[in-house]
Design a binder for this molecule. Structure first.
Ligand code: ADP
Ligand code: DP6
Ligand code: CO
Length: 356
């Protein structure tokens, strides 16, 4: 029996959908603690087909911490993963110290096996779903009592955008002001059920790894862009307030305009970075025009585009407008110059427009 206990493997699995920001996080004021230069807000739809699945396990028989990402061993020595492991272990240790009957999991090595069912590092928020799932899986394994807000501070240190995924639905990341990051955490603006009509259509135009990671891209923007200061000081704080209001009122037109403007503003600061960063490509711009066409044809704003740090389009719309948006979007893109040939094919292959 003692021998069996020796090799006992404890395990917990979880899954997390991607969250796509409608007010973008772009810029760090503290790279070590991952503290942002502005607050941000995102939508996480539980029906999303784009998700991470993660299993965390620990055992006395494991000799070192290991992360298997999409079937391949990944580096766990980076300070972000290390911060998550360290903080979660410390919380487990507190539990163990208060109850001597608990197994001392905090002293065992961790094995994390994770896979994304969508392209990793391609601008579809894999780091958000990835670190949210990692933190939740380990928190479940350790049976931690901490609230999602508390856990969001740990996920934030893995990847900033991940903190918002600890809540489903409409969630924001308050930038906070404390130097130690204790008030830089996520909060729920509204649950998904508050505005259940919301849908996202995700067009995967490229599954390639982006040339400039979010982490290094935003640091170069902070250092070199002059547009950025205005975005952080005035534009985003005003938009955060307006966006929270629009969500509370379920005012899609305002939600849509703010979403599109903020995506444009974020990509403008990328272009204003020196040397410039191009995340959007011709295909992305064609998607912008397709959305404009859809809105013109409808005579009101029924669709909103947004692009993260990559060329892939996410289009938000309401279910009642599905016929006006989802099918039209694919068709319009296919009609766009040059699309019937090479690009049209790519959209169909890599890209089946995924409808949440
Ligand atoms: P994305 O736009 O996909 O979020 P980023 O450049 O922000 O791209 O982050 C990509 C990095 O996030 C990956 O190189 C990897 O280190 C990390 N990541 C992605 N998915 C996972 C996962 N499931 N578990 C742990 N880390 C992940
Ligand atoms: C454009 O959260 O990936 O998707 O904190 O360095 O891991 P790190 O960056 P990350 O940046 C996301 C940027 C964005 C906008 C957003 O999700 O708010
Ligand atoms: Co990311």
């Amino acid at each position: 029996m003692p021998l069996m206990m020796e090799n006992e493997v404890y395990r917990a699995s979880t899954t997390a959908p991607v969250n796509i920001a409608v007010i973008k996080y772009w810029g760090k004021r503290d790279a070590k603690l991952n503290l942002p230069t502005n607050s941000s807000l995102s939508v996480t739809l539980s029906q999303s087909d784009l998700r991470t699945h993660t299993t965390a396990s620990c055992s006395r028989s494991f000799t070192h911490d290991i992360l298997i990402l999409n079937g391949k061993e990944d580096d766990v020595s980076g300070h972000r993963t290390q911060s998550c492991f360290r903080e979660l272990r410390a919380l487990r240790k507190e539990l163990e110290d208060s109850d001597s009957k608990l197994p001392t999991l905090s002293q065992q090595s961790l094995k994390i096996v994770s896979s994304n069912n969508f392209p990793t590092a391609a601008g579809l928020a894999s780091s958000a779903a990835g670190f949210a799932a990692l933190v939740r899986a380990i928190a479940d394994l350790y049976q931690l009592p901490q609230s999602p807000a508390e856990l969001s501070k740990i996920a934030r240190q893995g990847s900033g955008s991940a903190c918002r995924s600890l809540f489903g639905g409409y969630s924001a990341w308050a930038m906070g002001s404390a130097p130690d990051g204790s008030d830089s955490l996520a909060y729920e603006v509204a649950p998904q059920s508050y505005w259940p009509d919301m849908r996202a259509c995700i067009l995967v135009v490229s599954a390639e790894k982006k040339g400039v990671s979010s982490t290094s891209g935003m640091q170069l923007t902070v250092k070199t862009s002059t547009l950025f200061a205005e975005r952080v000081r005035e534009t985003v704080p005003a938009r955060m307030r307006a966006m929270e209001q629009a969500i509370k009122e379920k005012d899609f037109e305002t939600f849509a305009e703010l979403t599109m403007r903020d995506s444009n503003s974020f990509h403008a600061t990328c272009l204003d970075t020196y040397p410039p960063i191009f995340y959007m490509g011709d295909t992305s711009r064609a998607a912008v025009r397709a959305v404009e066409k859809i809105n013109e044809a409808a005579g009101r704003t029924v669709a909103a585009y947004t692009f993260d740090a990559g060329p892939n389009a996410v289009v938000y719309y309401q279910e009642k407008d599905e016929a006006l948006v989802a099918g039209q979007f694919k068709e319009l893109l296919a009609e766009t110059q040059g699309w019937e040939t090479e690009r049209g094919q790519r959209v169909q292959e890599g890209g089946k427009a995924e409808i949440d």
